[in-house]
Write a new protein. Structure first.
Lengths: 217, 392
């Protein structure tokens, strides 16, 4: 089914919770109100004309500083300095968090992309893990790395980082740690060659004894 | 979850036990250093004797936050990180990333480059499946197949070293093409010779040695069945989904690159030795995929067109116009996807990786329950996970 037709069916079902459809870019997507995402996903899975039985991917995104006309100047993430120390900044992140759902239907062979945005202050989206079980770990990952809360998730724990890790690394204003459990982390700055060319070693003089000198053995 | 809750949720308290003998759930750590977990995976098991009542995978021991690094380095510099995801078939990981990137860049790729990519991806898939057979046999107590499979894998590594310069991690594909052309020293004919040997002799060897071995079948048939519905629900892809009897392969059903040009079949599990979707089905799908990979390689090399092998000069820094796209390929483990958001610069704004092992592993929370501990080992082996990809 055509992307536009899928959106029209969805908008008819959701009413005001469907915020718009965009097919200007490489991939079309629909914007949905966060509160309506569970209804939208249930409808997309259960309706016979749509039958989205697989959640291909669920991505948590920090839209802080995103500027589509910025030509790559959106925001500079914090890394490490030349001395290996964490870069610091007073800038507090702004802008929304987002979740993107990439769906696929095995029986009807069509795809669809849903997007939701949630304000940085609340950072909360209803879970879809009851609709597709695979979402449970994807949502745990989004919580772990981006810090988006999924309401109604049965087991929302960190999945890749340590349970007592501080902060969410994929936030644009995240500051790298300088040590972890008393082990110093000497990071490398981004975009720099960590392996500089070695100094040219002087040619060995022919007078020096070679390694297989029997006197050494 | 507290042990008391597990007892009630799994009905453990209602089970028939030997009267007069007190029994209780045992919390057991399997891993992270355990040969059957194929890497640094830790499973927290709650067992009653030999029966597993709850499986909780704990991962992240290999976590490097490559997705954060993707926001700091430019597009070409990040190709090298994709090698480290599935280190057993890095070419398919390269392929997944450059395919997604080219979709966002709207970049055309020369036909010769696509052919070379398909050949090296399929070689990599064969190497990965050989490891899967070898280690699966090892898990089941068969030591000899490991030596046979590693011997053939070594040939593939040599071939890939000749084309890319790296033995295990290649950094071979670049946006717009590949890094080097096919070497002039009979590389293509050596590949043809190798796949002919695999098709004519080696696959029969593996089948005689392992696949149709009575002990091996007895150990795997009807064990840890993943049915079609569970596979869809848990997002299982690749041999796990096809083992459940579903005829789905991204190369055929959601074609990328030039796979639509080639003629090959999709092996699916048919329940030949027991139930559809048991461990043996998932295993035999991999063996048969090796044969199909040989067919694809032969066709791709025989119809190899002349022309450039890269559309973009190697030293040029690439930029992508603002936009976002999800793109997936069929890696050796399943559907490997990248969701790339670009803001028009030379660095990704966000690059989310959907790794097949991550989704396939989740199913053991459901299927692992009620299995014997030794069957759990068979289940993990048949899922063929690789931890570099799960932890990223």
């Amino acid at each position: 089914m055509d992307q536009k037709e899928i959106y029209e069916l969805l908008a008819e079902k959701l009413g005001a919770a469907a915020l718009g459809f965009n097919d200007e870019g490489v991939e079309a997507f629909a914007d949905v109100e966060p509160g309506g995402i569970a209804d939208a996903c249930t409808f997309l899975r259960d309706d016979g004309r749509l039958a989205f039985d697989q959640l291909m991917c669920l991505s948590g995104i920090d839209w802080d500083g995103y500027d589509e006309n910025g030509k790559g100047k959106s925001v500079k993430i914090l890394g490490y300095t030349d001395e290996g120390q964490p870069e610091t900044s007073d800038r507090v992140g702004e802008g929304d968090f987002g979740v993107v759902y990439s769906l696929y239907s095995h029986s009807l062979r069509h795809k669809f992309t849903l997007r939701v945005r949630t304000p940085r202050t609340t950072a909360s989206v209803p879970t879809v893990s009851k609709i597709w079980s695979t979402a449970a770990w994807h949502e745990r990952e989004a919580w772990d790395l981006v810090g988006i809360n999924f309401e109604g998730h049965a087991d929302l724990r960190r999945i890749l980082l340590e349970e007592h890790w501080v902060g969410h690394p994929l936030r644009k204003d995240y500051q790298m740690p300088s040590q972890w459990e008393n082990v110093p982390l000497n990071g490398q700055p981004y975009n720099e060659n960590p392996f500089p060319k070695p100094e040219p070693t002087p040619d060995p003089t022919p007078d020096q004894p070679s390694g297989d000198d029997p006197a050494e053995g | 979850m507290a042990i008391e809750n597990i007892k009630t949720t799994n009905g453990w308290a209602d089970q028939d036990h030997v009267p007069g003998i007190k029994s209780e759930l045992l919390e057991l750590n399997m891993g992270p250093q355990h040969p059957a977990t194929h890497g640094v995976l830790r499973l927290v098991l709650h067992t009653d004797g030999e029966i597993v009542y709850k499986v909780t995978p704990v991962m992240g021991y290999l976590h490097r936050c490559a997705e954060k690094i993707a926001e700091g380095v430019n597009y070409k510099q990040w190709v090298v990180y994709t090698d480290r995801f599935d280190y057993l078939s890095p070419m398919t990981c390269n392929h997944a990333y450059v395919t997604a990137l080219e979709k966002v860049m709207q970049q055309e790729v020369p036909e010769r480059a696509e052919h070379i990519r398909i050949v090296v991806s399929e070689l990599s898939r064969m190497a990965s499946h050989l490891i899967a057979l070898a280690t699966f046999g090892l898990d089941m107590g068969a030591w000899t197949p490991l030596l046979y499979c590693f011997r053939e894998r070594e040939v593939i590594l040599d071939l890939l070293e000749r084309i890319s310069g790296g033995r295990m991690l290649y950094n071979y594909m670049v946006p717009g093409g590949v890094r080097y052309d096919i070497p002039k020293d009979n590389w293509a004919s050596d590949v043809i010779e190798f796949i002919t040997m695999i098709e004519n002799k080696k696959l029969d060897d593996y089948n005689n040695l392992l696949s149709y071995n009575k002990i091996f079948i007895g150990r795997l048939a009807n064990v840890a069945v993943i049915d079609e519905k569970t596979a869809y629900d848990y997002g299982c892809t690749g041999p796990v989904l096809r083992g459940a009897g579903v005829n789905f392969d991204c190369r055929k059903d959601d074609p990328y690159s030039l796979y639509h040009k080639f003629d090959f079949d999709i092996p699916v599990g048919k329940g030949e030795m027991g139930t559809v979707g048991d461990c043996w089905d998932r295993y035999i799908v991999r063996v048969r995929e090796i044969e199909q990979s040989c067919r694809i390689i032969r066709q791709a090399l025989e119809s190899l067109p002349e022309g450039p092998y890269s559309a973009i000069e190697l030293k040029k820094i690439v930029k992508a116009p603002a936009g976002a796209a999800y793109s997936r390929v069929e890696s050796s483990k399943g559907e490997l996807g990248h969701y790339i958001i670009s803001d028009g610069g030379q660095t990704a704004f966000r690059n989310k990786v959907r790794s097949p092992s991550f989704c396939n592993l989740q199913v053991i929370e459901k299927v692992g329950v009620g299995q014997m501990v030794s069957d759990l080992v068979a289940l993990i082996g048949s899922l063929d996970i690789v931890l570099g990809e799960i932890d990223r």
